[in-house]
Design a protein around this ligand. Structure first.
Ligand SMILES: C[S@@+](CC[C@H](N)C(=O)[O-])C[C@H]1O[C@@H](n2cnc3c(N)ncnc32)[C@H](O)[C@@H]1O
Length: 348
């Protein structure tokens, strides 16, 4: 195994890389260019999306998020009718934005798959919509959809939060990947799903990845990025147990995300590339490490309310463990493991 440090990430390569196809990347690029001639097959061109917002797929899924039942625990807001257990509130939107900038910095961009000039991009579990809107700006020829259970504030006409205008080639569509994606087969040249581990029960993962491949055009790419909770000293390990424990009663097992490469292979993807990205936490990881540490504590603050409500711990114990974990990170060289996998839908 060879490890090397790049922009604050330890990249583990060699035995973790899976390439399962006789096709090479060059042929995939040629296919991408060929697809550009078939744009009339794409659903939004039939609907006349670009420049005519009223005729977009989003008009079938209004930007006004349908009423959902939210619960408030410890001053944080949560969806209480879905598997997803992290907060859905303004504080979490800020964390997700921060985490997005961290990943974009650490990974030198927004994606790793060898896409060329995609005409159609889907971001499943778009969160803030920031990844999707940046992709819409980077690929102005593409139509980009961000899909989530709940509209980001910037796409929610009921929201009072001010935000930058959305690019014309981006729309939000409300949906639940566990109920199937509201798109025909072979719709998107690039399908991206990042950090949905807290929302997908373990037994549903193969079906979800099948669904992502289903809506991908032949020759198009699916990219997944997931994490498992960091471990370290005794306090960090306690936080690990609590975080894992919040998901298990919902069937969500956040220790299993290293399987994403295998899910892609099982779903029939080719050219599957899988890597573990060990993100340093703390000063030893420079700027990314400091950002990663801040993200680690912000994430755990997000489960404080549910843990207290369920009587798993007390406020005093939780806060003490968080403080001890901070001291552990200051003294040690701990990492937060992430997994990146991408693969191509076969041409036939
Ligand atoms: C941790 S956030 C990640 C957001 C975004 N992908 C990013 O990387 O910034 C997970 C997002 O997935 C959404 N989500 C969870 N379960 C979902 C489901 N079943 N279908 C669609 N979106 C889901 C949540 O609402 C949340 O916005």
């Amino acid at each position: 195994m060879s490890n090397h440090m790049r922009s604050g990430i330890l990249w583990l390569t060699a035995p973790l890389t899976i390439v399962h196809s006789s096709d090479d990347i060059t042929s995939a690029r040629v296919c991408g260019l060929t697809r550009a001639g078939k744009v009339t097959d794409m659903v939004w061109f039939r609907l006349g999306w670009r420049g005519r917002a009223a005729a977009t797929p989003s008009s079938q899924h209004p930007h006004n998020t349908p009423p959902r039942r939210f619960g408030i625990f410890g001053g944080r807001r949560y969806l209480n009718d879905v598997s997803y257990f992290l907060p859905k509130d303004a504080t979490e939107i800020n964390r997700l934005d921060f985490q997005h900038f961290l990943f974009r910095h650490a990974m030198h961009g927004n994606f790793s798959a060898p896409i060329q000039q995609p005409l159609s991009i889907l971001d499943v579990g778009t969160g803030t919509g920031r990844w999707a809107t940046e992709m819409a700006r980077q690929f102005p020829q593409a139509n980009v959809i961000g899909l989530d259970l709940v509209a980001p504030p910037a796409d929610d006409t009921n929201s009072t939060q001010k935000s930058e205008p959305r690019p014309e080639n981006y729309i939000f569509v409300q949906g639940n990947v566990l109920e199937g994606l509201p798109f025909p087969d072979r719709t998107f040249d690039f399908v991206h799903q990042r950090l949905l581990v807290a929302g997908i029960p373990l037994t549903r993962w193969p079906g979800v990845v099948n669904e992502l491949l289903r809506v991908t055009t032949p020759g198009g790419w699916v990219e997944l990025l997931e994490a498992i909770p960091a471990r370290g000293g005794p306090a960090m390990n306690q936080l690990y147990e609590w975080l894992v424990g919040v998901g298990l009663p919902r069937g969500v097992d956040i220790r299993t995300t290293h399987q994403i490469g295998q899910y892609l292979l099982d779903a029939g993807a080719q050219q599957v590339n899988y890597r573990q990205l060990d993100m340093p936490m703390g000063n030893w990881g420079d700027r990314s490490g400091v950002m990663m540490e801040a993200n680690y504590f912000a994430l755990h603050q997000g489960i404080r309310g549910p843990l207290l409500a369920q009587g798993v711990t007390t406020a005093a114990e939780f806060d003490t463990v968080m403080a001890r974990a901070k001291a552990e990170i200051a003294e040690g060289h701990y990492i937060w493991p992430y997994f990146l996998a991408y693969g191509q839908r076969p041409l036939r």
